[in-house]
Write a protein that binds this ligand. Structure first.
Ligand code: DC
Length: 226
């Protein structure tokens, strides 16, 4: 029997704000399921690019999403594996070419509709930490805990560069900062599910806070009951 309590923690925020690291740690500490919704948008983008779909063609993107199987499964070491049509694409979806295109796929209403349904179904299992852009506002508006993480653009690009250089990608710092600002612009201005804090979210500025401190703040809030 599943012993996870029926609590949902929604963590939203822009690229590089520290969401993934924080969400993973919070899930680990509480024994909750960690769900990375950005990975799902990335998987759809990968499928579209592989099929040669024009990312301005909204109908074609909607069709890709409707026919794709996207699953998030916990690996043996508790890491999250992303399966696209049963293929493990965990590494490939993190490449810069996907990061540059994903905001285009994420603005398509049919893509969002399909992924939001999948995410809501996953959250029904209870005891989840779900991270993304529209979790507290659209996917789980009744989540007991809602967190909105922010950090300065300089700090966010520094973190992304560090992650990417660990994987062997060399990207110019200024180019990275420009890309992050462009994604912020696309993510905050789209019509459906834009990046914005839920009115009842706690906003935490992570520019100068350690990951441990942010995790502690969130766990304290869970212990206090929301
Ligand atoms: O968190 P990430 O960088 O892996 O997200 C990839 C993209 O997916 C990001 O540009 C915005 C989009 N996204 C979204 O629109 N809604 C979500 N819930 C999660 C991600």
């Amino acid at each position: 029997m599943d012993s996870r309590p029926n609590i949902a923690i929604a963590i939203d925020g822009p690229a590089g704000s520290g969401k993934s690291t924080v969400a993973k740690r919070v899930a680990e500490e509480l024994g909750f399921l960690y769900i990375d919704t950005g990975a799902m948008y990335r998987a759809i983008t990968l499928k579209a690019l592989r099929a040669g779909v024009d990312l301005d063609d909204m109908d074609a993107l909607g069709e890709v999403a409707a026919t794709a199987s996207v699953e998030l499964v916990a690996g043996p070491d508790r890491s999250l594996k992303v399966l696209l049509d049963q293929e493990d694409v965990t590494e490939e979806i993190r490449s810069p070419y996907i990061s540059r295109s994903v905001s285009l796929a994420a603005k398509v209403p049919e893509v969002r509709k399909r992924l939001v349904e999948l995410q809501q179904a996953m959250a029904k299992q209870g005891g989840v930490v779900m991270e993304g852009r529209d979790i507290g506002t659209v996917v789980l508006p009744d989540a007991q805990i809602k967190i909105y993480l922010i950090a300065s653009p300089g700090e966010r690009s520094r973190r992304r560069l560090k992650e990417l250089s660990a994987k062997g990608y060399q990207i110019d710092r200024r180019q990275m900062e420009a890309e992050i600002l462009e994604r912020d612009q696309l993510d905050t201005t789209r019509k459906m599910g834009p990046l914005t804090p839920a009115p009842d979210a706690l906003t935490i500025d992570c520019t100068y806070l350690s990951i441990e401190k942010v995790v502690e703040l969130i766990i304290d809030r869970v212990s206090a009951g929301g």
